[in-house]
Design a protein around this ligand. Structure first.
Ligand SMILES: Cc1cc2nc3c(=O)[nH]c(=O)nc-3n(C[C@H](O)[C@H](O)[C@H](O)COP(=O)(O)OP(=O)(O)OC[C@H]3O[C@@H](n4cnc5c(N)ncnc54)[C@H](O)[C@@H]3O)c2cc1C
Length: 376
């Protein structure tokens, strides 16, 4: 039976970042590391269905893992993207307040400061008109360290770095269940090739669950994990609409965040090619269905018109959607990232990640370091 030192399940951005950071660690340098994914390629799920924004770390609860890993991860990510000359742009972002929201805007600035984001500047209506003539608002916060990334190039780079340091990537490998052994874990997988399925069993000393939307399901099939420790998953869908025409903005434009920070409000982002898109909205759903209702363009236009009066539903085309693996349900206060190790579940060598929603793309290298430190 094959035996690996570490097995990482899920080649989304977090599994990839964990694999890369792990094989950079002297402790794991010459150890066998296997990264598996049930899909044909890396990054086909949530990691390629997001806004591709490098977040500054503004909104998250003080001392939360989201705040800590976002701020640290942002710096690591910019450094990494520059070092490997990967596509990204530090465009800056404006959080736009309407009349009556100015106090809430100042509260956001204070919260950001507590998170270590000290580069935000408040600007008034006139300054806003000067830098973004099409945007309507009574005041705004400018975040100069917010940017955009080409997530596919970044993930491709992480995979290349990991493979060139000895990590084996196995696509088409679905992990079914995990049993405890005296030396670690015995893993039951299904290999899927040319429509044929084959069972495959292997052993490992350390097992990392980065299965995103399937993390809870996999944890439930991992022997010895107390079901009471597995947080309930709440699927929260976010749809995007592309803007027909040239972008009138040079920054990313955000309204004030939604109550309980369920989402950041229907905002505008630009991709690396300059295409403007709006979204994501927030809709709790029961199944992983990515279809977009084109009729939503009317509600989108209405929300966007608060800060961009020239928008009309005819200018919006359904683009794509993503699903957040939230651990907080509708109306509840936003959950934090949950990274569970032995100190929580009592199982040596097991790491499980839950609730890895935004800003986990931004935070990926910091989370990769966190996982590595827990395994060392
Ligand atoms: C709408 C939306 C917008 C977002 N915007 C941003 C943003 O602008 N900036 C930001 O920083 N973050 C953003 N995020 C968050 C970010 O995209 C995610 O947090 C991140 O991609 C999560 O990566 P992951 O590796 O955990 O999950 P995934 O990318 O989902 O990867 C999990 C992988 O596990 C595999 N898998 C699952 N089960 C098994 C199994 N049993 N066996 C084998 N493989 C399995 C899947 O195939 C998948 O490839 C956004 C998220 C959403 C939904």
């Amino acid at each position: 039976m094959d035996n690996f030192e570490v097995v990482i399940v899920g080649a989304g951005v977090l599994g990839l970042a964990a694999a890369y950071r792990l094989c950079e660690s002297p402790k794991f340098k010459n150890k066998s590391v296997l990264l598996v994914d049930s899909e044909a390629n890396f990054g086909t799920q949530t990691s390629s269905r997001n806004s591709e924004v490098i977040h500054a770390g503004i909104y998250y609860a003080t001392d939360s893992l989201k705040a800590k890993h976002c701020v640290e991860g942002k710096h690591l990510l910019y450094e990494h993207l520059s070092k490997f000359q990967l596509p990204h742009k530090k465009l800056g972002k404006l959080i736009v307040a309407q009349k009556g929201e100015e106090e809430a805007l100042s509260a956001i600035k204070e919260k950001a400061l507590r998170n270590g984001v000290d580069d935000l500047t408040e600007i008034d209506k006139e300054q806003l008109k000067k830098i973004e003539p099409e945007v309507n608002g009574s005041a705004a916060l400018l975040s100069p360290s917010t940017g955009i990334i080409d997530s596919h190039s970044y993930m491709q780079n992480l995979l290349h770095l990991a493979e060139s340091r000895g990590v084996t990537f196995a696509p088409y490998t679905q992990i079914e269940s995990v049993n405890s052994t005296t030396e670690g874990f015995s893993v039951n997988a299904t290999l899927i090739h040319a429509n044929k399925k084959e069972s495959y069993q292997f052993r490992c000393s350390k097992f990392v669950n980065c299965a995103g939307l399937e993390a809870q399901k996999l944890a439930g099939k991992t022997e010895g994990v107390d079901p009471a420790l597995i947080p309930q998953i709440h699927l929260c869908k976010g749809d995007y609409f592309s803007y027909v025409g040239i972008s009138p903005f040079s920054h990313l434009i955000y309204p004030m965040p939604e109550a309980n920070h369920t989402g950041l409000g229907i905002h505008s982002t630009l991709d690396i090619g300059g295409q403007l898109r709006f979204g994501p909205d927030t809709e709790y759903v029961n199944t992983q269905n990515y279809a977009i209702d084109a009729q939503k363009s009317v509600a989108f236009a209405e929300a966007i018109s608060r800060y961009f009066p020239a928008i009309s539903a005819q200018k919006l085309q359904p683009a794509y959607s993503g699903i957040r693996p939230k651990i907080a349900g509708p109306g509840e206060i936003a959950g934090d990232f949950e990274i569970q190790d032995r100190s929580i579940h009592g199982i040596e060598g097991l790491i499980q990640l839950f609730g890895m929603e935004s800003p986990a793309l931004t935070a990926s290298l910091a989370i990769g370091n966190h996982i590595t430190a827990l395994l060392e």
